[in-house]
Design a protein around this ligand. Sequence first.
Ligand SMILES: [Zn+2]
Ligand SMILES: [Zn+2]
Length: 219
Amino acid sequence: MPTTVRLVQPDDLEAVADLTARVYRDEGFSSPDYEPHLRDVASRAQTATVLVAEVDGALAGAVTVATRGGEWAEQSAPGEAVLRMLVVDPAVRGAGTGEALVRSCLEAARTDGCSLLRLSSQEGMASAHRLYERLGFVRTPAFDWSPEPGLQLRTYALPLVPWCGQCGEELTAEGHASCRRAAELDPPRFCASCRRRMVVQVTPTGWTARCVEHGLKSG
Ligand SMILES: [Zn+2]
Ligand SMILES: [Zn+2]
């Protein structure tokens, strides 16, 4: 059963909302407050990227990846992507659908020039945690948080580039706290791919930073 992954289309919104709400509810990870957010696929598709997986032409899973900040990119610094609301229909578990969706998120984050992909996950989501760890994500305890009393989230991240653009040192999954703050204001000084010094120009709307080998970034 090969899985194909594609961008969500307007015709899919209702089915993706139903699948997402159903999987979270059946596994005990939903709540009356959270369900409207799970169902709000239209909003996620506007400000982030919603991907759907199909097995034999039928909807089998979905995920959101926020690569440009915004309301779905919780806990991200500029240039970081956030994976949200990964669901796989229990009927196709074991077919590699979850892995195909996460790999597509990594690809989308790289395409949008992100340095790192983060995610938060409920403690009981054991099969998802095994998948993340198998794909190279590492735990980031300093980012673990609680959105509401009694709900504790664990976090993971996977660097997509070798170097920190702010300080030029090796990029870690947690990132350098002071560099993440600096990135809110300052352009990168180093190319995250090759560690060369960037040629930085401040523009009327922000900045551009150019690596002679890897091209232009802007912010
Ligand atoms: Zn740094
Ligand atoms: Zn470079």
